[in-house]
Design a protein around this ligand. Structure first.
Ligand code: GLA
Length: 384
């Protein structure tokens, strides 16, 4: 990303002395999708795409923000409680509000930012934005929050100012990411473990359908509600220890089938199976057994498509081509309803797979998917 362009535009808007530069990344997730609001496991890694912000405290209680990508300006005061009109500014506003709620007292600042995480591709551009500012304000004003709390500040921003009742995965990995490592996070205990990820002989590549369906966030919130309903039904029917679907086995769920709407049952079944798959993948990674990892990825896709119903025609099509081309693993990544597939491909098959995917997809949908090679990178940081 062109930091010089951001700096230049900051200078044009606000003058150029005393600035700092911070960055935070988007993410991929190897496996463990829609598990993070069910107390279960996720397996994400930070990527080499993210948000970069130039920022300077201005000694007032006003925040002046400039989006380089949108060429749009927004401002608010630290004491204001009404949402800014510009939707992109709500992320920065939300981070400030959530910091203040937790007893932090940042002063006003001027900032310009830009990003290279494709929007709507399921790579967490919004978490990158939240994490950039949570990290920057914490550092700049010595607020003393730890990184876990900064992740929660980002997550609460989504809940309270954006309206998405997301889990903690995206903000967590944007802050904790480490070059060359995936992290297995237990979203109940918040314990996490770094896994070096250098799959010899394989490549990890994202294919972006460039499709983003309307109402993705309300559909996401609906999935979460179904999971909570299902967990409650199990809890209230003889299993008082059940806090999340994490605590539910397939047998328990099958016993309860008649007691909940079919839709909630399907959602819950997917989550229970996905939890098992993440654990299988952790074991497989210890042995460098990427064939098992790949098999689990295909099963996740099937579950996300048929049981959780967050896939779409374009994603299913890419998944099908991957299978036909002998790709080791492929599945829809992130929240779903459009966005990317993540593919684990043996090196000799890589070029052929991409050529097939581009050609067949373009013939069916009239445009090519975008291709992003995954480079697992560091989390939020100060650049200068
Ligand atoms: C979005 C949310 C995450 C997670 C994923 C699905 O990215 O922000 O919390 O639930 O969807 O795994």
């Amino acid at each position: 990303m062109e930091i010089d362009i951001i700096k230049q535009q900051f200078k044009d808007k606000f003058g150029d002395h005393g600035t700092r530069v911070y960055a935070a990344p988007g993410r991929v997730n190897l496996i463990g999708e829609h598990t993070d609001y069910n107390g279960s496991f996720v397996f994400p890694g930070a990527i080499d795409k993210g948000i970069v912000a130039v920022i300077r405290a201005n000694g007032t209680n006003k925040v002046h923000t400039w989006s380089v990508d949108l060429q749009d300006y927004a401002q608010f005061t630290m004491t204001e409680t009404d949402l800014p009109a510009a939707s992109w500014a709500r992320y920065i506003f939300g981070v400030c509000r959530e910091i203040i709620k937790r007893g932090g007292s940042p002063s006003g600042f001027d900032t310009a930012f830009a990003g290279d995480v494709p929007l709507g591709a399921g790579m967490s551009s919004s978490a990158a934005l939240e994490s950039t500012y949570a990290y920057a304000l914490n550092d700049m004003f010595s607020l003393g929050f730890d990184k876990m709390e900064l992740a929660r500040i980002g997550q609460s921003t989504e809940h309270n100012y954006v309206g998405v009742k997301c889990g903690i995965m995206d903000q967590f990995i944007s802050l904790f990411g480490k070059k060359g490592h995936l992290i297995r996070l237990d979203t109940r205990s918040m314990e996490y473990q770094y896994f070096p990820f250098h799959p010899q002989g394989y490549r990890l590549v994202l294919l972006d359908t460039v499709v983003k369906h309307e109402l993705a966030s309300s559909a996401y919130n609906k999935r979460r509600e179904s999971c909570e309903n299902a967990a409650r039904t199990v809890r209230e029917n003889g299993h008082p220890h059940v806090e999340f679907l994490r605590d539910v086995t397939q047998e328990m769920l099958t016993e309860m089938k008649g007691l909940m709407p079919e839709e909630d049952f399907m959602r819950a079944l997917y989550v229970v199976q996905e939890t098992e798959r993440v654990l299988t993948v952790s074991d497989a990674l210890e042995r460098d057994d990427y064939e098992t990892v790949g098999r689990m990825m295909y099963l996740t896709h099937e579950g996300m498509s048929r049981l959780y119903e967050v896939s779409c025609e374009e994603l299913d099509f890419l998944n099908h081509i991957a299978k036909e081309c002998g790709v080791t693993g492929s599945r829809v990544m992130g929240g779903g309803f459009g966005g990317c597939t993540i593919n684990l491909v043996k090196e000799p098959l890589y070029d052929g797979f991409l050529a097939q995917a581009k050609d067949q997809f373009a013939r069916k949908f009239g445009h090519q998917p975008k291709v992003y090679d995954v480079v697992i990178s560091d989390g939020a940081r100060r650049i200068s």
